[in-house]
Design a protein around this ligand. Structure first.
Ligand code: 6PG
Length: 477
């Protein structure tokens, strides 16, 4: 029997992806460096479909129909290069290597270029949805060549999540590293969503005075409205969970130091290179790193500041409604920033990414899946060249409507000393874009003063310099 697809790297993501292909009727060759894992998969899940267990790389490659489709599900970085090095010599022109890990898109570009010389299609593919998604239907973001998508697309469409309207959550994002780039930004947005939800929780707890269980109920209510999303749903689950050992709310017994594997950080690093303001995403990454500086936090714990004094019942309920507005408005800003970065990356690398298609494939399967994404899809459908989500009338009107409450929530946070870097950065971005004049004019003046860096004028063409050290007359530069 020849397998239509092969998966090497059978940790939980790879294993579940292999099972997903098999459950959808494909014959799947499976391979793992440690053979025991391959055997275990076939023993436990062999009745779910047709698996071909391969013990060696040669066996694995021989089991695949041609052109071969070989999915690698190993750790990003060196392990991925090692696997490519092992398999590439065994492949032939036209074969495809699909990297389903969270690779950096620059690595994907390099690998694609190197393998192209050998006639092999390297398909860097973002896959989102965690273990469950891999098994039941993830959101899939493949890059690579058009030819590879023609061969691979139908299979990916079959195993992917489906949006409410039935469309598969996969699209050919663009050439070489486009898929991994979009997955990176997905994760940056994921970080921002999580940070904003965290801030909402902290405000509801400290300013409104609600218990975790009460906050879980508030999130459940929000989840029936415009914030309807996977992350809000699981937040309610986490907050209502009680620790068996202590009987305390689970959220109170977990160390408050957030970890990260790197994709959020990359989103910000690349945004800096592209000159795209992703302040909300950046604050989410920094909030995680601040939380992790245990010694610094310990040393600073005696620093003075207000202690929040919880509100009465009625004010608390009104405040919770305001927090929903602040969260929603800040969410619009994070997505605006994320989509801006995708547009800038697409421009820089000539990927031709269709933003509407990206929002469409994030509607289901991935971690940031949400009702909201169908609205973003609709915004791009109405106007494919939308310069920014904030240029969309519906979003603009919503954020305008939210802004009084947004400001109130931030004022309360500042007065009571609750850190809300995500909400604050989002509002500053909004106000920055709205401002008729920015102090950037002063910045230009300062630069011209100390370094003769020149400036442009509002009333005349040209580049100018003022003789600051002399008679302060202006010269054309
Ligand atoms: C997904 C997730 C996933 C990511 C985790 C952990 O889309 O399924 O984004 O790819 O690895 O969310 O990320 P951090 O460890 O950086 O929080």
């Amino acid at each position: 029997t020849s397998a239509q697809i092969g998966v090497t790297g059978l940790a939980v993501m790879g294993r579940n992806l292999a099972r997903n292909f098999a459950r959808n009727g494909y014959t799947v060759a499976v391979h793992n460096r440690t053979v025991a894992r391959t055997r275990e998969l076939v023993e436990r899940f062999g009745d779910e479909g047709d698996f071909v267990a391969a013990e060696t790389a040669e066996e694995f490659v021989a089991a695949l129909e041609r052109p071969r489709r070989l999915v690698i599900m190993v750790k990003a970085g060196d392990p991925t290069d090692a696997v490519i090095k092992e398999f590439a010599p065994l492949l032939e022109p036209g074969d495809m290597i699909i990297d389903g890990g969270n690779a950096h898109f620059a690595d994907t570009r390099r690998r694609e270029r190197e393998l192209r010389e050998q006639g092999i299609h390297f398909v860097g593919t973002g896959i989102s949805g965690g273990e469950e998604g891999a098994l039941h239907g993830p959101s899939i973001m493949p890059g690579g060549s058009k030819e590879s998508y023609a061969s691979l697309g139908p299979m990916l469409e079959k195993i992917s999540a489906k949006a409410k309207d039935g469309s598969p959550c996969v699209t050919h994002v663009g050439p070489d590293g486009a898929g991994h780039f979009v997955k990176m930004v997905h994760n940056g947005i994921e970080y921002a969503d999580m940070q904003l939800i965290g801030e909402a929780y902290q405000l509801l707890r400290d300013v409104a005075g609600y218990s975790p269980a009460q906050i879980a109920d508030i999130f459940r209510t929000w989840n029936t409205g415009r914030l309807d999303s996977y992350l809000i749903e699981i937040t309610a689950e986490v907050l209502s969970h009680v620790d068996a050992a202590t009987g305390e709310p689970f959220v109170d017994v977990v160390t408050d130091q957030a970890e990260q594997k790197g994709t959020g950080r990359w989103t910000v690093q690349i945004a800096l290179d592209l000159g795209v303001p992703v302040s909300g995403i950046a604050e989410a990454v920094f909030a995680r790193s601040l939380s992790g500086h245990a010694a610094l936090r310990e040393a600073s714990r005696h620093l003075a500041g207000p202690r929040p004094s919880p509100l009465g019942e009625q004010e608390a309920a009104a405040f919770a409604d305001r927090v929903e507005q602040a969260l929603y408005a800040s969410k619009i800003v994070s997505y605006t920033q994320g989509f801006h970065e995708i547009a800038a990356g697409s421009e820089e690398y000539g990927w031709g990414i269709d933003q509407g298609a990206v929002s469409a494939i994030w509607r289901a399967g991935c971690i940031i899946r949400a009702a909201f994404l169908d609205r973003i899809r609709a915004a791009y459908a109405g106007r494919p060249d939308l310069p920014s989500l904030l240029s969309d009338e519906t979003f603009a009107r919503e954020i305008e409507a939210a802004q009084d409450d947004w400001r109130e929530v931030l004022a309360a946070a500042v007065r009571q000393g609750v850190p809300t870097p995500g909400f604050a950065a989002a509002l500053a971005y909004y106000d920055g874009l709205r401002a008729p004049r920015l102090p950037a004019a002063l910045t230009q003046g300062q630069r011209d003063f100390f370094g003769a860096h020149t400036y442009r004028r509002v009333d005349r063409e040209g580049t100018f310099h003022t003789l600051w050290g002399g008679d302060r007359s202006e010269v054309q530069a």
